[in-house]
Design a protein around this ligand. Structure first.
Ligand SMILES: NC(=O)c1ccc[n+]([C@@H]2O[C@H](COP(=O)([O-])OP(=O)(O)OC[C@H]3O[C@@H](n4cnc5c(N)ncnc54)[C@H](OP(=O)(O)O)[C@@H]3O)[C@@H](O)[C@H]2O)c1
Length: 253
């Protein structure tokens, strides 16, 4: 049975993939974001786009990762979205990050926790998908940990996943029954964070040196061995990092 599924953040990395998949499966998938006239901070366009919607999926991300700005973004936009979904949407799906509750030293993750709490406490049935770091985000991890020509990272476990695989799991979650809980998704292999970044930088002929430092923080949060990896029972994507990397390098020349 085709559903109307509104994807807030539907023009982004995950959102655009999700909208395409849902459309291919015969659903009415609507991409909603400021560039399509829908803004969850101001409420502009929300009531119109959610009219007749069966499901709303929130895959937004703020324009700034500064701690206060992130918290304000996720609190304000979640409140506006929850108020608008109360008008009849039967399933609120949101994408968050594996380990969010273990990363509260980071302003970004305090914002994600606030988003999750508001969704859990709202009357609308929900599903929260926790994904590990996207392959597409690994370069940003390196950039955030760089000072000068040196990248400092802890040698903790990480289990990154392809954005396409995350979009697949989100799509299946969106058309399924609400979980009223959290589902974890990760990639098929675990790496050491410092080693993963070395592989990624070497593949792009990036001369930065990666220094292993167990005290190095991750977006402001301290890490221990398993902070970033899921529990047993996570859904695993099929795409291997090495295959994704060689495909990406071939595509970009
Ligand atoms: N990066 C990772 O490794 C990772 C891992 C697990 C989970 N996640 C989660 O995945 C989610 C999506 O990430 P992404 O990388 O796909 O994000 P992204 O590519 O940065 O896309 C963000 C989307 O949010 C939209 N947006 C921004 N401000 C908005 C507003 N005021 N109202 C409505 N839409 C707004 C943007 O619209 P415009 O294009 O119009 O600006 C864009 O469509 C995030 O919530 C993140 O926490 C990320």
């Amino acid at each position: 049975m085709p559903k109307k599924i509104v994807v807030i953040g539907g023009t982004g990395l995950i959102g655009s993939r999700l909208v395409a998949r849902l459309g291919q499966d015969g659903h009415e998938a609507v991409a909603a974001s400021p560039s399509t006239g829908v803004n969850t901070l101001t409420g502009d366009g929300l009531a119109d786009v959610l009219s007749r919607a069966d499901v709303v999926v929130d895959v937004t991300n703020p324009p700034s990762f500064e701690a206060d700005a992130v918290l304000d973004f996720f609190e304000t936009s979640s409140r506006k979205l929850i108020a608008a979904t109360a008008a009849g949407v039967g399933h609120h799906v949101a994408l968050s990050v594996v380990g969010t509750q273990r990363l509260s030293d980071s302003g970004y993750f305090r914002g994600k926790s606030a988003q999750e709490r508001l969704i859990r406490e709202a009357p609308v049935p929900y599903s929260i998908v926790h994904a590990t770091q996207f392959f597409e985000f690994i370069q940003s991890i390196a950039d955030a940990a760089t000072v000068g020509d040196v990248v400092r990272l802890a040698a903790v476990m990480i289990q990154p996943v392809a954005a396409d695989d995350v979009a697949g799991v989100l799509g299946r979650t969106a058309v399924g029954a609400p979980l009223n809980g959290i589902l974890e998704v990760a990639g098929p292999e675990q790496f050491r964070l410092d080693e993963l970044i070395r592989i990624n930088l070497a593949a792009g002929n990036d001369p930065r040196e990666v220094i292993t430092d167990m005290h190095a923080t991750y977006f402001g949060a301290g890490l221990s061995e398993r902070t970033l990896v899921p529990d047993d029972g996570a859904i695993l994507g099929e795409t291997r990092f090495e295959d994704w990397l060689s495909g990406t390098l071939a595509a970009t020349g």
